[in-house]
Design a protein around this ligand. Sequence first.
Ligand SMILES: Nc1ncnc2c1ncn2[C@@H]1O[C@H](COP(=O)(O)OP(=O)(O)OP(=O)(O)O)[C@@H](O)[C@H]1O
Length: 494
Amino acid sequence: MEDYASSSSSGSAIRFLLNDLDSSLNDCEKSLSDFDLPSPSEFPDQSTHIPSLILEERSVPVPPEDLLSREKLNPGQRYAFDVILDFVHQNRSLVFFIDGPGGTGKTFLYRTILAAVRSEGRIALATTSSGIAVIMMPGGRTAHSRFKIPIPTLPTSTCKISKQSELAALLREASIIIWDEAPMTHRYAFEALDITLKDLLNCDLPFGDRLHENMRAKSDASFSDMLLRIGNGTEPYISGDMIRIPDDMIIPWENELSLNHLINEIFPNMSTNAFDRSFITGKALIPPRNRNVDILNHQIIQLFPGQAHTYYSFDFVENDTNNLYQPEFLHSISPGELPPHKLTLKVGALIILLRNLDPKNGLCNGTRLLCHQFYVNFILAEIITGSFAGQLTLIPRIPLKSSEDVKLPFVLTRKQFPIRLSFALTINKSQSQTIPHVGIYLPDHVFTHGQLYVALSRGTSKYNTKVLVRNGSLDGLSGVYTRNVVYTEVLQPP
Ligand SMILES: Nc1ncnc2c1ncn2[C@@H]1O[C@H](COP(=O)(O)OP(=O)(O)OP(=O)(O)O)[C@@H](O)[C@H]1O
């Protein structure tokens, strides 16, 4: 409360405090009402000052490199930028859809728009569907937290924003709202926001644009072209839905030991390279499933030099008064969304956060970090993903509950650090990240739309993207093949 004492009145100070508290709780999918705390609007402002939410947005720093990005936009990005900025300048409303496969520069475009609009003293709200995308945009927040979209979101849901609230004032004041990775969110969330915004402001018809050029791999034109063909489903198919992977990307499958060849290709000479920060942070192995992630991480931490530090979790099931669930059984449960019971780490090891601890400060579900030091109840680690890269942070040990997705007949509570090793991560978790040196391990062929494209498009060139396919041979044909799942109807304009 002392930090808020300089506010013009005690009512304002309490309101500031409640607003900040509410925003932090929203990041963890909770709200003030969950803790019987009053709403900020119960503490009216006696002064004529600008609402704190508006001040907060106005103070989001504009990175100088984002201002310079305007000069680097490719023709597709430039067109979208010009049209959108025109609407902003004319104070006109329209909904724009920017579409394009991973790596075509959507986030780059959003950051350029945010910087341009904010540098004019206007308000630009940056929101995203996933926690990890938040840290890719300065001032980013998850859409659920920013718009107070209820969870679960039902067909009749509306956002919890009253007309008199500071948030309503912020939305009215905003010149632009950007929602990254919008298709990942259920349509009920958009309908809830649509109804709410219609009540607060006026929106018009949608407008769409599609980006085509893969910017992540632009230094390797043939790779970039191949990626777009794979993403569009136009790479030639052989024997149903199989495509051939170029020979120079292949690590041949001979037997189980071939996995070591892939690991050595991406993480060579670990005993000398492990403490070279730039070596270790630009790399990852990406298989489709969590169980393969665990196998790979286990193998790499063994190769990693230094003393192992192991943390064991405390596991329990609430209200299990008859001790039905023995600790040994609970320890053996290890779904990808929870940390393992036995967490073995080393200084310099790569880890990934499994919860949104503090999205405003870069600690989201999906943030990758480097371990620096181990304490009993904290780990000192350095963020390596997104705009907070380079910052040191303390990760606490916290209780984590299993979700319904794990399909257990009870809720498991595990007290552990909310992290896993991340030398390897699933293809889905790798989305939105550029990983210059990537090894794709396909013990099974991919199974969902666009997944092969996501895996292959993490890298920046053919030469540092390697692929190991377990069942990649086709009768009578040379070369290595894997499945590419593309539902072309998903790519058609409405
Ligand atoms: N016009 C540009 N000039 C230079 N670099 C660019 C340009 N556009 C994008 N990039 C770079 O290309 C890479 C991929 O861009 P970005 O992350 O914006 O793609 P994306 O479409 O958001 O990908 P994803 O969907 O995988 O998150 C980034 O390293 C980005 O800095």
